[in-house]
Write a protein that binds this ligand. Structure first.
Ligand SMILES: N[C@@H](CCC(=O)N[C@@H](CS)C(=O)NCC(=O)O)C(=O)O
Length: 216
């Protein structure tokens, strides 16, 4: 069945791979699943056709036959459950990999997104200088805990899984703040994710769109 995802026609990050279609592309690439991409403008996000796919007017969405999904956690979990390779076979290990996927989104991404919002949207606010260190501190706290759990392991809990895919995707969003580099084991973990051939293919595909190589 054909898989179609949506992505920005022009991502605000200019192709750094931070838009969330990259993590879905990565999961599909890891599992060798071909997919099509429908590009959407910011205006298009609000149109009825896209709203029917995504109640919050965002990308990415995922269509496969009659199934329409939104939320990258749900999409990556669906892909990982449908095709072998991103979730361990053993039930307990599988449950833990899924827990890490949720942790990436619910526990680690939240302060990272908050920091991005402060840095991007609140720079001119009178409270910016006071608020920034507070929000940076929340990111630092989470990364301290994650760094301690990862230790010198290659991946977060056994072989590479959907949990690592999501955690690396989330941590990439913290890199521009400089905080990720304060944790050499996390920076190396992210670099290992980026070095995976499937990640490189996903990154190149989204970059081609943003470099104008893919017609919209
Ligand atoms: N929790 C959602 C977040 C989706 C999201 O924030 N998408 C961004 C692009 S990375 C978007 O569409 N932003 C446009 C907007 O919110 O107007 C997920 O993981 O899928």
């Amino acid at each position: 069945m054909t898989i179609t995802i949506t992505a920005f026609e022009r991502s605000p990050d200019g192709g750094q791979g931070l838009a969330r279609d990259t993590r879905v592309r990565w999961a599909l690439e890891e599992l060798g699943q071909p997919y099509k991409v429908r590009l959407v403008t910011f205006e298009g996000l609000k149109q009825p056709a896209h709203l029917a796919l995504h109640p919050f007017c965002q990308i990415p969405t995922y269509e496969e036959g009659n199934l329409v999904l939104f939320e990258t956690g749900a999409i990556v979990l669906h892909i990982a459950e449908r095709h072998a390779g991103l979730l361990p076979h053993h039930a307990n290990a599988r449950a833990r990999a899924i827990a890490w996927l949720f942790a990436a989104l619910n526990t680690v991404e939240l302060p990272i997104v908050e920091l991005s919002n402060v840095m991007l949207l609140e720079r001119d606010m009178p409270w910016y200088a006071e608020r920034l260190p507070l929000v940076e501190g929340r990111v630092r706290d989470r990364l301290t805990q994650l760094s301690s759990r990862l230790g010198s392991a290659e991946w977060i809990d056994g072989p590479f899984s959907a949990g690592d895919l999501m955690m690396v995707s989330v941590l990439l969003r913290a890199r521009s703040s400089g905080i990720l580099d304060e944790f050499p084991n996390l920076a190396a973990y992210v670099a290992r994710g980026e070095a995976r051939p499937a990640y490189k293919r996903a990154f190149a595909a989204q970059l081609a769109v943003n470099a104008g190589a893919v017609p919209s």
